[in-house]
Design a protein around this ligand. Structure first.
Ligand code: NAP
Length: 339
């Protein structure tokens, strides 16, 4: 193992973005690394996660997670190896997932770190398919949307971390038809040819409503919403009676500077007796053991595929985050550090 680091670089938010963030809103700063205090561990990160919800944390508004503080390190999911431990149950060399990412070395309260089993999947998978985004897909589809065999499922953001898992999990559990939308023709090809979606379309190629109607001519039963806006309006239009939507994310609006108008066809909710339910993955921690069992099994059997878009180097962290917002990722966007 390489010698213990004496410094670590970490990303700070230095200005609150108005609309699209720019690199000028962030600074990479070097800080000293010290021995962990009692009950804490020092983790040499290998990967950290950049996620859409982090855009909301850059605004100074009350939400379900506190905003990032100006001039302070940002945080988020990360995985790495323990290089010093002052906590029972953690030893040097253990692999852990924790919530103090956006930096090379993290000084983590042991209570907020979880050991992971790298025999089930590579370490990076615990930020994606076996981590937060995988659990979001699993809980959002099976619990929140009450998916059942024979359903036709539509998922937006389908080539991203959550979306591609939703589509594949629905197929694995007997969906009649799975339709995805994504932002490039190559992503559409990938969904159908590599991941087994029945149909997919590029939302930039024409109205979502028309493309969805063509892809799901008999209507949809479940909509997994990662996007909001015209996607949600199209789903309401295509829903069959008793359709169910998991409202997971609305990324189309995250950089808007004005409030976004809602769908114009909300009255369809009444006649079709639809259920639209918001979700937060943190509410579904009780599903974790079953989720790991099912997903690890599907990975081992080769039935569930997952991709990662890996950007190299802590100094590329902000570019990776902006690239994810621009759609440059297929599967989970992660930043590799200390490789
Ligand atoms: P992701 O899908 O891997 O990455 C974001 C993707 O969003 C981009 O690759 C891009 O793909 C797409 N996108 C960006 N702008 C768009 C726009 N204007 N219209 C349509 N698509 C756009 O991210 P993820 O981590 O899996 O998250 C997906 C969604 O789930 C996000 O809305 C996120 O906030 C939400 N989420 C919610 C929870 C929860 O607990 N509620 C947990 C995790 C994630 P294209 O090339 O296809 O445009």
């Amino acid at each position: 193992m390489s010698p213990s680091p004496t410094t670590s670089r970490e990303w700070h938010l230095t200005a609150r973005p108005n609309g699209w963030p720019t690199p000028a809103d962030f600074a990479l700063r070097e800080v000293p690394v010290t021995e962990p205090a009692e009950g804490r561990i020092l983790v040499r990160n290998r990967y950290f996660s950049v996620d859409p919800y982090m855009r909301g944390r850059m605004n100074d508004v009350k939400s379900y997670v506190p905003p990032f503080q100006l001039g302070k390190p940002m945080d988020g999911g990360a995985v790495g190896e323990v290089i010093a431990s002052a906590a029972d149950g953690f030893a040097v060399g253990d692999h852990v997932v924790h919530g103090l990412g956006w930096r090379e070395v993290s000084d983590v309260p042991a209570a907020h770190a979880t050991k992971v089993d790298t025999s089930l999947a590579p370490l990076s998978a615990y930020l994606g398919v076996l981590g937060m985004t995988g659990l979001t897909a699993y809980a959002g589809l099976f619990d929140v949307a009450s998916f059942k065999e024979g359903d036709t499922v539509f998922v937006s953001g389908a080539a991203g971390a959550v979306g591609n898992q939703v589509g594949q999990m629905a197929k694995l559990r007997g969906a009649a038809r799975v339709v995805g939308s994504a932002g490039s023709d190559e992503k559409v090809r990938h969904l159908v040819e590599d991941l087994g979606f029945d149909a997919a379309f590029n939302y930039k190629n024409g109205p979502v409503r028309e493309q969805l109607e063509a892809a799901a001519p008999d209507g949809i039963d479940v909509y997994f919403d990662n996007v909001g806006g015209d996607h949600l309006e199209a789903a309401l239009s295509s829903f069959n009676v008793h359709g169910r939507a998991t409202i997971c994310g609305m990324i189309a609006a995250y950089n808007n500077t004005e409030p976004t108008p809602g769908p114009r066809n909300m009255a369809l909710i009444i006649g079709k007796r639809l259920r639209l339910q918001g979700m937060l993955v943190n509410d579904h921690a009780a599903l974790q053991p079953q989720f790991v069992k099912d997903v690890a099994g599907w990975i081992a059997s080769g039935e569930l595929k997952y991709e990662e878009t890996v950007v190299e180097g802590v100094e590329q962290g902000v570019e990776a985050f902006l690239g994810m917002l621009r759609g440059e990722n297929t599967g989970k966007m992660i930043v590799a550090v200390n490789q």
